[in-house]
Design a protein around this ligand. Structure first.
Ligand SMILES: [Zn+2]
Length: 364
């Protein structure tokens, strides 16, 4: 081989090396911009292990992207409402009424800031099953004289209700909401020592007239499941949108109970979407956040109902079945504790005491 051919050969080799180097550099750049693989976090089962604060490491810790999630509810009134002086006066009154009663929270539970942070997407990879009573109320009023047995059974007398709430207050219970519960289940954040969830189905007028003032006095928060068409049509005996909006601004949680309260187990897929998505969008327009929790009307549902709820980014749903353990896998079938007309204060204490295992938890 002549020297000329040899140098041309060297040149070709050099060129090949340069091209290969460039390709490799390109590859490594690509790798750098790819989404990070889910980070497996080895969570010890030891309950005393240090649980990270919700608002920073959590988002990186959970493997599911949160991009599709809109911000969770904020109890702060929307600033756009302050333009009109009349409106401003209403907002000022509501804000004054709303802010003082901050529910007592244990030092390790950053509940208020939680609501302004992106909600961790339930991953189910690391989760607890928690024993937290979810009380199910309907009417908080005396039933009318002609009421049938069902109506009577669904009615708790205002005096009994006040007695029950006073018992919770005096005995160190802290009402939480479903956002707190989900976060505790999937992210293993600590709940207050005696957590309890107070739910009110159907959006009756007494939720505003009886329950809300008691909650403001005690700094309690409840979850109110609303049937949106009943409110749209201003049905007698139900709350109005201004009442519901005021409660939402005061930190009460407004969640979905469908548009018309049908038997969802008999609905077609389109019918389910109309009922479930419709209610969610209507509520979002009124309360300023997208409700993530659902209450099955009449307690009826099937696999397709759950499927549609998941597709519409709901995070959980409650039934009318009895029970108090709640985990990630059964999040669309969380059970509740029924409050009846005949529930005495002694029975109330027994129902929420749960054999002394309040705030019990087990991996699962
Ligand atoms: Zn209902």
């Amino acid at each position: 081989m002549s020297a000329r051919y040899l140098s041309r050969f060297k040149f070709v080799i050099l060129l090949l090396i340069l091209i290969a180097g460039g390709l490799l550099a390109g590859c490594s750049r690509d790798t750098g911009t790819e989404p990070a693989a889910p980070i497996a976090v080895d969570r010890p089962n030891d309950e005393s292990a240090d649980v990270p604060a919700v608002n920073e490491p959590l988002v990186q810790m959970l493997p599911t992207p949160a991009a599709s999630l809109s911000p969770p509810p904020s109890p702060t009134p929307a600033p756009t409402m302050t333009g009109d002086p009349v409106r401003a006066a209403i907002v000022a009154t509501q804000t004054a009424a709303a802010n003082p009663p901050t529910p007592p929270i244990s030092a390790s539970t950053p509940a208020p800031s939680l609501m302004s942070e992106p909600m961790p997407t339930p991953s189910g990879v690391y989760s607890w099953t928690l024993k937290v009573p979810i009380l199910m109320y309907h009417y908080i009023s005396e039933p009318p004289p002609d009421a049938d047995v069902y109506r009577v059974d669904l009615s708790v007398a205002p005096e009994s209700f006040r007695q029950q709430m006073a018992y919770l207050k005096d005995n160190g219970y802290t009402p939480i909401d479903f956002y707190d519960l989900s976060t505790a289940i999937v992210a293993q954040t600590e709940l207050p020592e005696k957590p309890i969830l107070l739910t009110f189905d159907d959006g009756y007028l007494d939720s505003y007239e009886v329950v809300y003032p008691v909650f403001q006095e005690y700094g309690f928060k409840g979850t109110f499941f609303i049937i949106t068409e009943f409110v749209d049509s201003e049905r007698e005996g139900y709350m109005t949108w201004p009442m519901i909006e005021e409660m939402a601004q005061a930190g009460q949680r407004i969640e979905s109970h469908s548009r018309t309260h049908p038997d969802l187990a008999t609905k077609s897929r389109d019918g389910l979407i109309w009922e479930i998505l419709g209610a969610q969008e209507t509520l979002a327009a009124h309360v300023g956040y997208r409700p993530r929790y659902f209450c099955y009307p009449g307690g009826t549902y099937n696999e397709e109902t759950i499927q549609v709820l998941q597709e519409l980014d709901y995070w959980g749903a409650v039934t009318t079945e009895n029970g108090s353990w709640h985990g990630f896998n059964d999040r669309f079938e969380w059970r509740r504790v029924r409050m009846r007309n005949t529930t005495t204060i002694e029975e109330f204490q027994r129902l929420i005491d749960l054999e002394g295992a309040i705030s019990g938890k087990k991996p699962g």
